[in-house]
Design a protein around this ligand. Structure first.
Ligand code: IPM
Ligand code: MG
Length: 376
């Protein structure tokens, strides 16, 4: 069996962490007798600065031919904030309709957590983040001269939305940002969360919102969640306001099994999740379209100040690689990678600076490969 994978290393530490991911996946493909073909794409800050291209339609069409995409990270101090994020990462998530952002939050043995008195048995849940809607649709504007008329539009393959706005204000300057949630958009990600709970033998799904204040959008989210939950009577449900959830994730993370969240809250709570599982160096994510092309990445940024130093922790990327393998049907290989990550962390001899060690990025990749070879 052969899997074709497009690779976008991106900026900062992206190239060095992706090298370790590719190394580990190649090694496990030999052990499990399947083939991986990697094709590199140069997109990121350097490519943008030299060509002016973020990622164009032709490239997106070409990427659609692959089985999956392995993505490093983007962001560069030479490019204005938001340009690469919106023009590359969000563009891809939307183009491929990767409506689930799957983020396991699991404290592995041997990894220190900042939560006193909590251990691996307490921190083990999955965040299912909606990945295509909410404030992330990116429409809005500013009114400076008291009056403005404008049309805003969201064009997706599944639907289009047009807003015609007539704004009058006597404030000096105002900014507005419009978020949307569609019924189909909510239902599909919520169903994914319930199906995931079922598949993992979990019995509770928690929905996150701020329905007490943002009643239009997140009140709707809550309503749809309640309807979807009726289809899964054996699974217990719970609602948390996002502020309270942040509190409980610190105090009682063991309460959670599967959390389903709108895009922006999902973004925020998964950085909190990353910290309690030992840091951003250990937090993987999958941008998933169950019927299309998915993309796997560490959830951290490009850490420009560590670029090229070879000291960053590649485990988030390697773990994202394991999620990629599972998504293309190589479940046993995915398990081998996860087991080897766990063994290396448990042994504690090879670890990067973020975990209190002094190992290099490539030594972590090598250690994981060795453990896989001896069945660790
Ligand atoms: C993430 C990141 C992105 C997001 C940024 C880089 C656009 O924070 O993947 O969590 O907000 O989704
Ligand atoms: Mg984030």
């Amino acid at each position: 069996m052969k899997h074709n994978i497009a690779v976008i290393r991106g900026d900062g530490i992206g190239p060095e962490i992706i090298s370790e991911g590719v190394k580990v996946l190649d090694a496990v493909s030999e052990l499990d007798n399947f083939e991986l073909e990697w094709v590199e794409y140069p997109h990121g800050a350097e490519h943008y600065l030299s060509t002016g291209e973020l990622i164009n339609e032709d490239t997106l069409k070409e990427l659609a031919q692959y089985d999956t995409i392995f993505f490093g990270c983007i962001g560069d101090p030479r490019v204005d904030t938001g340009v690469l994020e919106q023009g590359i990462l969000l563009n891809m998530r939307f183009y491929f309709d990767q409506y689930v952002n799957l983020r396991p939050v699991k404290l592995l043995e041997g990894v220190p957590t900042p939560l006193a008195g909590k251990g691996p048995a307490d921190i083990d849940f999955t965040v299912v983040r909606e990945n295509t809607e909410d404030f992330y649709v990116g429409i809005g504007g500013r009114v400076k001269n008291r009056k403005k008329s404008e049309k805003l539009e969201i064009v997706r393959e599944r639907y289009q939305v047009k807003f015609g706005l007539d704004i009058e204000t006597d404030s000096d300057e105002l900014a507005y940002q419009i978020g949307i949630l569609t019924r189909e958009g909510c239902e599909r990600v919520m169903k994914y969360a319930f199906e995931l709970a079922r598949a993992q033998g979990k019995n509770k799904v928690t929905s996150v919102d701020k329905a007490n204040v943002l009643t239009h959008g997140y009140g709707f989210w809550r309503e749809v969640f309640t309807e979807v939950a009726h289809g899964y009577p054996e699974i217990e449900t719970d609602f948390n306001f996002v502020d309270a959830l942040c509190m409980w994730l610190v105090k009682n993370p063991e309460w959670y099994q599967v959390i389903v969240a709108p895009n922006m809250f999902g973004d925020i709570i998964t950085d909190l999740g990353a910290m309690i599982q030992g840091g951003l160096g250990l937090a993987p994510g999958g941008n998933i379209n169950p019927d299309g092309v998915s993309m796997f990445e560490p959830i951290h940024g490009s850490a420009p100040k560590y670029k090229g130093k070879g000291v960053s922790n590649p485990i988030a990327t390697i773990w994202a690689g394991a999620m990629l393998l599972e998504a293309v049907g190589e479940k046993s290989a995915a398990e081998k990678v996860i087991n080897a990550i766990e063994t290396v962390l448990r042994k504690g001899k090879v670890r990067t600076y973020d975990l209190g060690g002094s190992s290099k990025t490539n030594e972590v990749g090598d250690a994981i490969v060795s453990e896989m070879k001896i069945g660790g």
